[in-house]
Design a protein around this ligand. Structure first.
Ligand code: ADP
Ligand code: MG
Length: 254
């Protein structure tokens, strides 16, 4: 199969509101990292919700188009079923369980893992993010923002998903932390062949790790192409992408 995810002509609306997505087509080639870029309100989260079966929860509905995941139409499928089909989800806001320990949060993700494989999978997550091992028995509430994002990713990755969806990977995090997380995701992609669709406001950084990118603007795809093409595009130069978090200055200082 060429594309793990294929979205064609997708339109989505919310109750008492116009369309949040209009005629959006996007695909994630199997084994690749794709970045979904765009300003606040562009429709990035709506697209992730549509793919991950979470639109109902937010009173959204698909008004047209199709979504195929692993060769199968998944429109209208509930999130829990999609997770069991290998779709790892890191939703907007991360939604980890703050009162639970790091380990218990990871065990939530491991609910879909065969019992005999759980401890090896946990080890793999702790190897990927050693900070989580150091804090395994602490309540998630005590983690830094970066560690909470590692935990949200770990919870999704412990099930060894075929496709990982991440909404706002870098929101609120220091550039160096974000870079470290991306580097670990690249390791996951290289070793397990995991495909990823990552929503990012920091376009500059995302384009260093993604092979392809899409720019959403007001519910429509404004531009798409390889990371190089998108980097060089006029659409990228538009101010709405907000490259205010450009990390190079901070990194140059360290
Ligand atoms: N639950 C909702 N109900 C009504 N409108 C919503 C809801 N969620 C998002 N929207 C609207 O849909 C549009 C796209 O929002 P969103 O997908 O959250 O964009 P982004 O993630 O790119 O910031 C915005 O106009 C937003 O106000
Ligand atoms: Mg969003």
């Amino acid at each position: 199969m060429d594309n793990i995810l294929d979205i064609k002509g997708l339109s989505v609306g919310y109750a008492r509101k116009g369309l949040a997505l209009e005629d959006v087509s996007l695909s994630v080639p199997t084994g690749s990292i794709v970045a979904l870029l765009g300003a606040n309100g562009a429709g990035k989260t709506t697209l992730i919700r549509a793919v991950s079966g979470l639109l109902d929860l937010h009173h959204g509905h698909v008004t047209g188009g199709s979504i195929h995941y692993a060769g199968q139409s998944v429109l209208g499928m509930p999130a829990h079923k999609l997770v069991r089909m290998g779709m790892g989800q890191v939703p907007e806001g991360r939604l980890i369980f703050k009162q639970l320990s790091v380990l218990d949060n990871l065990m939530v993700g491991a609910a879909i893992v065969p019992r005999s494989k759980v401890s090896a999978r946990l080890d793999a997550i702790y190897q990927l993010f050693p900070r989580l091992l150091e804090r395994t028995n602490q309540a998630a509430a005590w983690l830094s923002g970066g560690e909470q994002q590692m935990l949200a990713l770990g919870r999704a990755l412990v099930g060894e998903p075929k496709l990982l969806l991440v909404d706002e990977l870098s929101l609120g995090l220091a550039p160096l932390v974000v870079r470290a997380i991306y580097e670990q995701l690249r390791v996951v992609g290289d070793t397990l062949g995991t495909s990823m669709l990552i929503v990012e406001q920091n376009a500059h950084l995302a384009l260093q790790f993604a092979s392809h990118a899409y720019i959403l603007n007001r519910g429509r795809i404004a531009f798409s192409g390889t990371a190089e093409e998108v980097s060089a595009s006029d659409a990228m130069k538009e101010s709405y992408l907000g490259v205010a978090n450009e990390p190079s200055a901070a990194e140059a200082a360290t």
